[in-house]
Design a protein around this ligand. Structure first.
Ligand code: ADP
Ligand code: ZN
Length: 616
């Protein structure tokens, strides 16, 4: 079968997306490839179709290396639904089940085999690959989540390093490595570590136009989150990222108390509970997962309507990767982050305190600064975000700054006042935290100010016209640009740095957002733009009879999914159900050509779908 034929017959899709065709042709022909494509871009087909085409040409099996043991079952299940012979080998299988897969592997009965990196590099498994290779039955290696090989990536897995053995041992077997995240540094690292110097590089646009970006200043984080969810996303699936396990638990409880169906996920939970919560998130509708970054890689749930960050991530790659889990189905979705001074301080401290070498720390600081730049930006967020991935773009019209341009004020003078105050207290032989410095500047005669004689400083009260919110903004900016250092070892006291001088001299302007935008106004604006569909609403507009067909189809799909122990979207996507509902088919012929219905699914479910149609 030609690759177009496979796309249509097996997956039920009419056309390739973006660079899929070029990638697939290159790999089918035996070339190596490094694929950088955003989440939801359609990476899986880039190795699944070559696997099928090459197997049909007698070239044998494709081994897919993925770190996501917890998701292999569903990935393989989705292939079975499409009628593709696929299996996985990982620690969740019993010894007997594993040997059965191995026997089929050696017989050449499998088109795609999913395995974790530690399995692939173990000598016993390599011996089996040797045997396949000798018989010319080792077709392709697909290395998914390839950024895991890099210490610069945010999911570094040391086991990935050992994958260089594949190239050394099976030089003639093509390899395709894929990732949804890689800035220039990480990309170079992937090429070097996996010896992909000769691979063709395919970079897609990283833009996710259906995701709307919003970054708000932290005032009362949990209340802000609640307002965000209850105001715009009640009943919808979403992910809330928090920094610590304890915070995950607290926030999940709080959301539940407020009537939001929320579940916790973090590395400290029992593995069984974690898996159960993940399954529930994938299999039920409208669940909010509150998680540390331990959650999310490879989660291919298509209808996640929002990703919220209650604490700031470490860098733009992490932020982009995490927010990218929203809106894989192409419907509108929101990325929302709330961040404040404490986030900046915490992240800086984590870097300072890490045992890594200076050069490495400098790399981390650079990445953090880029994220701070994004958070503090007064212009289009998307332009900034894409620029980080070396992509030029125009203001998007679908981020907070585009929808409601913030007023900007010149904070240079305020910055100089702040720095002079820090300088003066340093001169008096002390060092103090942000609160005290701001008290002096705003002329507050607190007990501490009076005791230390700081009322007599020439800067006492010279910032009385500035609000605390304004001063915190200035301070955040100064820390962000490295003009103020926070000494983590001395109670987070503020210190001048080399970079302070240029600001003091007025050589570096400090521009800031004027104030918090009015949330009510923002909401009114957003709801007038394309708004995310609620979980039970179809992804396209349907008339009343079609809507009831859609509802009936969803109920039917739920039953099938339960029976097969798979998430509902693996059976059919919402968009496919909506297209069926719209068409109101009377025969199998009417079902043909609907996106997402391949030959196997038509055969397996066609009659049942028609029965559902009659019953409505
Ligand atoms: P990624 O791994 O890049 O995040 P997936 O491979 O999971 O993305 O694909 C995202 C979604 O897009 C999946 O539901 C997939 O079935 C769908 N998809 C991929 N390619 C196409 C295509 N050519 N036409 C229609 N849908 C597609
Ligand atoms: Zn924008």
């Amino acid at each position: 079968m030609s690759i177009h034929h496979i796309l249509q017959e097996v997956f039920g899709y009419g056309a390739f997306r973006g660079p899929q065709q070029a990638i697939i042709e290159h790999v089918v022909a035996g070339g190596d490839a490094l694929v950088l494509m955003p989440t939801g871009g359609g990476k899986s087909l880039c190795y699944q179709i070559p696997a099928i085409a090459r197997e049909q040409a007698g070239q044998g099996i494709t081994v897919v290396i993925s770190p996501l043991i917890a998701l292999m079952h569903d990935q393989v299940g989705a292939l079975h639904e499409a009628g593709v012979s696929a299996e996985f080998l990982n620690s969740t299988l019993s010894g007997e089940q594993a040997s059965q897969v191995e026997r089929r592997l050696l017989r050449g009965d499998i088109t795609l085999l999913y395995a974790a990196p530690e399995r692939v590099t173990n000598p016993r498994f390599l011996a089996q690959l040797d045997s396949l290779h000798e018989r010319g039955k080792l077709s392709l290696f697909a290395i998914d989540e390839a950024h895991c090989v890099s210490q610069w990536g945010h999911d570094f897995r040391p086991e990935y390093r050992a994958l260089s053995v594949l190239h050394e041992r099976y030089a003639s077997v093509p390899r395709i490595a894929l990732t949804a995240t890689a800035d220039a540094l990480t990309r170079a690292d992937i090429v070097e570590r996996l010896q992909l110097q000769d691979a063709r590089l395919f970079i897609s646009s990283f833009d996710r136009p259906n995701i709307s970006y919003t970054i708000v200043e932290k005032t009362q984080a949990t209340q802000q989150l609640l307002r965000f969810i209850s105001g715009e996303h009640m009943g919808e699936a979403g992910i809330v990222y928090c920094q610590s396990r304890k915070r995950v638990e607290d926030i999940a409880n709080l959301l539940c108390d407020e009537g939001v169906a929320a579940l916790p996920y973090h590395a400290g939970l029992d593995a069984k509970v974690r898996q159960a919560n993940q399954d529930q998130f994938l299999r039920s509708e409208g669940i909010v997962m509150v998680a540390t970054i331990a959650f999310g890689m490879g989660i291919d749930k298509p209808d996640v309507r929002f990703v919220a960050h209650l604490d700031m991530p470490k860098n733009i790659e992490g932020y982009y990767q995490e927010t990218g889990r929203a809106g894989r189905d192409g419907q509108s979705a929101q990325a929302w982050m709330c961040y404040g001074l404490q986030d900046v301080v915490n992240q800086r401290r984590m870097i300072d305190e890490s045992p890594a070498g200076e050069e490495f720390k400098a790399g981390l600081r650079g990445k953090l600064d880029a994220l701070l730049g994004l958070a503090e930006a007064t212009d289009c967020r998307r332009v900034r975000l894409l620029a980080y991935f070396d992509e030029e773009s125009k203001p998007c019209g679908n981020c907070d700054n585009c929808l409601q341009p913030p007023a900007v004020w010149d904070g240079t003078d305020a910055a100089r006042k702040l720095l002079s105050t820090i300088y003066r207290v340093q001169q008096m032989g002390g060092s103090y935290g942000a609160v005290h410095i701001m008290d002096i500047l705003r002329g507050k005669s607190t007990e501490k100010v009076v005791q230390r004689g700081h009322e007599r400083l020439s800067t006492f009260g010279i910032g009385a016209d500035l609000s605390e919110v304004q001063l915190r903004g200035v301070l955040r900016q100064l820390i962000a640009i490295g003009a103020v250092a926070v000494d983590a070892e001395a109670f987070n006291t503020l210190k001048l740095t080399e970079g302070s001088r240029a600001v003091l001299k007025g050589e570096v302007p400090v521009r800031l957002r004027a104030s918090l935008s009015n949330p009510a106004e923002r909401k009114a604006k957003r709801s007038s733009t394309a708004h995310a569909s609620s979980a039970s609403k179809a992804p396209i507009a349907l008339d009343a009879p079609a809507q009831s067909r859609y509802t009936a189809l969803k109920a039917w799909r739920g039953e099938v999914a339960k029976e097969h122990n798979l998430p509902a979207y693996v059976i059919f996507h919402d968009a496919t159900l909506a297209a069926i509902a719209e068409r109101a088919p009377n025969s199998l012929g009417d079902l043909q050509g609907i996106s997402g219905i391949g030959a196997k699914k038509l055969e397996a479910y066609g009659d049942e779908v028609l029965r559902v149609m009659v019953s409505v």
